[in-house]
Ligand binder design. Structure first.
Ligand SMILES: [Zn+2]
Length: 424
């Protein structure tokens, strides 16, 4: 045991003991003020701390594939649907609602069942700005918002069974008033940022950037990255953020993706997911994670009865419980069920295992193993990324990074075990 290394715990332990007396009375996942002292650690191992990871698991970035013009007769989109679903990755299909047949709606419901999202591409696929900006008409203004946005929203909800929460504008052209109208309908976001660009970890959900797959021969200046690996290479090199790719058909439609390219792209996405580097998800899932990460805080408190250890002045082993919860008012029902990855550092487990629970379920605790922490040169993207997470090994050092999946709304999470603890 390297007790000397634990001396910095002395001060923090006193704070913990002074602050955690009432944390056990918390009845939801929002801790009382007891967590203040223990949640502000620097992560250097001196003080337990917890934070919401930028993206689920160990992913450094998120990626979304969107196929526009669903219900427009692009049969080849079935290849994208199948290839992504077979690899466990969801994508999105933008429905032109007035064009959707009963067969299209049946397909929409199947696609939702395969993990995809049906998003709204308006009622009649008209231009929401001007002919100059869209390249063709007809155009419309607020007088048709109820039809283009409201009626189409109801159409998807009634026929696909899920109310849409993400919107893609025909011609990728929108106005402030149009986006505000969608916000009023309960949308979480819209693809209405700049073309040819990635997003950071923090963005306006109603203005995320994206890159369009253009037809061969027209890509010069219109498209930033090649389809198969270009955008994800850039995203991993950036080391954070969200990338959105817009496509239309596979082997058909405007700017078609070749079948082999679609397969190679799906393989590349799966490789990055399996390596723990990338999160691939439909747009509303990405925004749900983003909005919760930016809204909530996370805190950890030691749930120990201070009267039991009044005179301790040295390192002790205690069987105890750490309690993790969120700060911030609960978000509305649109966010229900979307778990967050919490990163915990500074916990020093003695012995074989700790048990984590939330809402009566056991939760797996993953200890992150870094591929390289000692590089001094500017690291290549692969070298600075983390490996796929592995299950905990016996004992935790204060500097260990632990990851747990936390579901807002399911109450506090507890981590029970024998911890080394310095008290005075
Ligand atoms: Zn379109």
């Amino acid at each position: 045991m390297r007790y000397a290394a634990l001396l910095p715990l002395l001060a923090s332990a006193a704070l913990l003991l002074a602050s955690c007396g009432d944390s056990s009375s918390s009845s939801d996942d929002h801790l009382s003020s007891s967590g203040d002292a223990s949640s502000s650690g620097s992560g250097d191992g001196a003080n337990p701390s917890v934070a919401i990871a930028p993206w689920p698991g160990t992913a450094v970035a998120a990626y979304t594939l969107i196929a526009d013009d669903f219900c427009g007769g692009l049969a080849g989109q079935a290849h994208a649907d199948t290839m992504m679903a077979n690899r466990g990755m969801g994508m999105a299909f933008g429905a032109m609602v007035a064009s959707c047949s009963d067969g299209d709606w049946a397909l929409a419901r199947e696609r939702i069942g395969r993990g995809h999202e049906i998003i709204n591409h308006s009622w009649s696929h008209m231009c929401a700005t001007t002919v100059e900006r869209c390249g063709s008409g007809p155009t419309y203004g607020p007088e048709l918002f109820e039809q283009e946005f409201g009626q189409s929203t109801q159409g998807i909800e009634q026929n696909a069974g899920v109310r849409p929460t993400f919107f893609i504008f025909p011609y990728d052209e929108s106005t402030d008033t149009a986006r505000a109208y969608l916000k009023g309908l309960g949308y979480l976001g819209a693809r209405a940022g700049e073309k040819l660009k990635l997003n950071g970890d923090v963005f306006d959900p109603f203005r995320p950037n994206f890159d369009v797959n253009w037809p061969e021969g027209q890509k010069e200046g219109m498209q930033q990255w090649g389809f198969v690996t270009g955008l994800t290479d850039a995203l991993i090199a950036q080391g954070h953020g969200w990338g959105i790719r817009e496509i239309h058909g596979v082997n058909d439609g405007w700017g078609p993706i070749a079948l082999d390219s679609m397969r190679a792209h799906a393989d590349e996405l799966k490789r990055l997911v399996d390596a723990g580097k990338l999160w691939v998800a439909p747009p509303s899932e990405v925004i749900r994670y983003h909005d919760q990460r930016e809204h909530y805080g996370a805190e950890i408190a030691l749930a120990v009865d201070t009267t039991v250890y009044p005179d301790l002045d040295s390192l002790v082993e205690i069987d105890t419980v750490y309690r993790i919860g969120l700060t911030g008012e609960p978000l509305d029902a649109r966010y229900d069920g979307r778990p967050l990855t919490l990163v915990v550092t500074g916990l020093r487990l003695k012995g074989e295992a700790a048990v984590a629970e939330q809402g009566g379920r056991s939760v797996t605790i993953r200890k992150e193993i870094r591929v390289s922490d000692t590089l001094v040169a500017a690291p290549a993207p692969e070298e600075s990324a983390t490996s796929a997470p592995v299950l905990q090994s016996p004992g935790w050092e204060p500097s260990d990074t632990l990851r747990v999946e936390f579901t807002p709304g399911d109450g506090p999470m507890t981590i029970r075990g024998t911890f080394l603890y310095y008290a005075n």
